[in-house]
Design a binder for this molecule. Structure first.
Ligand code: MG
Ligand code: ZN
Length: 238
């Protein structure tokens, strides 16, 4: 399922006897999702929240990354998490177990393989986000359509784990192209997985030369300091 945010031309149904009216409107007509995403963005801004949309295929370590981040940074600022999953609330429970009193909300999407801006708005309404500076949205594990849904986030972070293969950015260019940050996760397993680091970086650069790339292991903690510094810079800038 795809959505485009750029329909600039509106074609009204042809009326008999008139030339088919094709009206180009100066303001781009935003899709329903893009409109809701803009509302979310304004809401986040008014709350002083910096929001990160976290994307990856299933099993790349989004939940573990958040578990460690919450455990290690919760003394610095208050953080919250929205977790999207197709069926279970396992990830939300894992997070609650390690997150102290951080507000966490689960969105169970059922058959829908992505989060959209409306789901996020409803989730935000359920959460107590007072004092929260950083809100993570763990998207549904899927490298395809979540890329097409703006949630109103400030930035997108896409995870690529070393066990997935170096060609993922080439196979799923959109999600990597639209990432502000790419985290190469499970870097502690790179050797065992036969991960070709150079090739992976080359592939990433071909698709997205501007993304910030960090190599981390959410399991061992390797490289996580750079991630925390980056988060700190976002919170301070906000
Ligand atoms: Mg997860
Ligand atoms: Zn989907």
């Amino acid at each position: 399922m795809t959505q485009t945010n750029t329909p600039a031309t509106l074609t009204s149904p042809a009326t008999p006897g008139t030339a088919a009216a094709q009206v180009t409107i100066g303001q781009p007509i935003l899709s329903k999702n893009a409109q809701k995403a803009e509302e979310n963005r304004a809401d986040f801004q008014s709350r002083g929240l910096f929001v990160i949309n976290l994307l990856s295929s299933p099993g790349s370590g989004k939940t573990m990354l958040l578990q460690r981040t919450l455990a290690e940074l919760s003394g610095r600022w208050r953080m919250g998490v929205i977790v999207g999953d197709l069926q279970t609330d396992n990830d939300a429970r894992r997070l609650r177990a390690s997150a102290g009193d951080a507000p966490i909300d689960q969105i169970t999407t059922g058959t829908v393989c992505h989060l959209d801006a409306q789901m996020v708005a409803r989730s935000v309404a359920r959460l107590d986000l007072s004092e929260v500076r950083l809100l993570f949205i763990e998207n549904v594990g899927n490298l395809v359509c979540p890329a097409n849904y703006d949630l109103g986030e400030n930035i997108r972070v896409t995870l690529l784990s070393v066990t997935e293969g170096e060609d993922k950015p080439l196979k799923y260019p959109v999600i990597f192209k639209r990432a502000d940050v790419v985290l190469i996760n499970k870097i502690d397993m790179a050797q065992a997985a036969g991960f070709d680091r150079q090739l992976a970086l080359e592939n990433l650069r071909r698709i997205n030369p501007d993304a910030r790339v960090l190599e981390v292991s959410a399991r061992t903690g390797q490289g996580m300091d750079q991630w925390y510094e980056l988060l700190e810079s976002y919170v301070k800038r906000n």
